[in-house]
Design a protein around this ligand. Structure first.
Ligand code: MG
Length: 385
């Protein structure tokens, strides 16, 4: 009796044949690797879009200036063609205006079967963007799944298709939300695997200083600040930035309200630390007016409709000599891994959204010794768990 037969008999006697057969059947493994039940290259040549709602559970109650939450609503997408399947995601933190219902309503309006193949990325995504204004997370859910699909068909990851150097990815910061002193201390201790922390400030002066002093009582790691538009006086903001610089802070995100471009330009001229626009910079068309009003921009797929536009934002910002950060919402490893393909071109990264949830259903880009580490898997580089 050969080894396989022996193994089968063992499995059969153990009553495990049905389950084990699915694992050891090579065709099944092939189909799973390609992300679908049909073998790649033998499926329908009609582009099909599917979606399902998903609630990401937060490990800690997450508080930023203006809101707190225990869950983040998400819609997961799949685009299939010719036996291949690409995965995508829309994440909707409540303060941004999109909901699972609005995303699904948007996706229902789309007819991707009108396109001959997923390689028509430009035409497909121009069409998706034209169906309705806003809905940027819903559009990103299509964009990410389409990029994953096309990368899988090509058999290459997007960082490689774009010609980016995987060695130049930055460390990711790990976000410490606004909280009570003992919780901030505990979160800082839990952030031990990460080299950089990002503190959410912008509530009031005493809370902001408590946040920094508490983090500093635990660690001397580099800190980035995200004030989420919370500082309402440019003189106060400048004083605060000087104090923060002494505390080892190296970057300030969205210190003042997003429409205060003149005040932001005043602050940018004087600030000893780089000022990065987040809420003020949603899409490609926002970049030219921010030149001079900040040192750089924070690109997020959920704001900018996905990878196609994120890639364009990288080029435009660089041509304007603006500095770059890649960020995220609370997302599963699907959208986080997609965003990581942009990271080789950015100076800063805050791709920790998947680390803040307890029910991630994808495995993708890994943080190794604090650094964003791209993998060789095709598409956006994820496996569905
Ligand atoms: Mg921000």
């Amino acid at each position: 009796m050969d080894k396989i037969t022996t193994r089968r008999n063992f499995i059969k006697s153990a009553g495990l044949l049905t389950a084990a057969a699915a694992i050891i059947n090579p065709m099944e493994i092939f189909a799973q690797r390609r992300g679908g039940a049909t073998a790649a290259g033998t499926g329908s040549k009609k582009i099909e879009l599917k979606w399902i709602s998903f609630d990401a559970k937060m490990k800690h109650v997450f508080t930023v200036a203006g809101s707190s939450r225990t869950h983040t609503p998400i819609v997961l997408t799949e685009i299939s063609w010719d036996g291949y399947t690409g995965y995508g995601e829309a994440s909707m933190p409540p303060y941004l205006g999109e909901t699972q219902a609005s995303v699904i309503e948007f996706l229902k309006k789309l007819d991707l079967s009108r396109f001959r193949s997923p390689f028509e990325i430009q035409d497909i995504l121009t069409y998706v963007d034209s169906v309705a204004i806003n809905n940027t997370a819903a559009k990103a859910a299509v964009d990410i799944a389409l990029h994953d699909l096309v990368g899988k068909i090509l058999g290459q990851p997007w960082w490689k298709i774009w010609g980016f150097n995987p060695d130049t990815t930055p460390n990711t910061s790990f976000t410490i939300g606004l909280d009570k002193e003992d919780v901030v201390r505990q979160k800082t201790i839990e952030a031990a695997p990460y080299n950089v922390l990002k503190a959410k400030l912008g509530v009031n002066d005493s809370t902001d200083r408590m946040m920094i002093n508490t983090i500093r009582s635990v660690t001397d790691k580099i800190i980035y600040i995200d004030a989420n538009q919370g500082w309402r006086d440019k003189y106060y903001a400048l004083d605060m930035i000087h104090w923060l610089k002494e505390k080892g802070v190296t970057m300030i995100e969205q210190p003042m309200p997003k429409l205060w471009l003149d005040e932001s330009a005043w602050l940018t001229e004087r600030s000893p630390l780089p000022i990065i626009a987040d809420e003020a910079c949603q899409r490609l068309t926002d970049i030219p007016k921010l030149k001079g009003a900040c040192h750089g921009i924070n690109i997020k797929l959920m704001k900018c409709t996905g990878l196609r536009e994120a890639r364009e934002m990288v080029s435009l910002a660089k041509s304007l000599k603006m500095r770059l950060m890649i960020g995220c919402m609370t997302e599963t490893s699907c959208a986080i891994s997609a965003a990581s393909h942009i990271a080789p071109e950015t100076e800063w990264a805050d791709l920790d959204g998947n680390l803040l949830i307890s029910n991630d259903i994808f495995e993708g880009m890994k943080i190794v010794n604090g650094k964003i580490t791209l993998n060789e898997k095709p598409g956006i580089g994820v496996i569905k768990l």
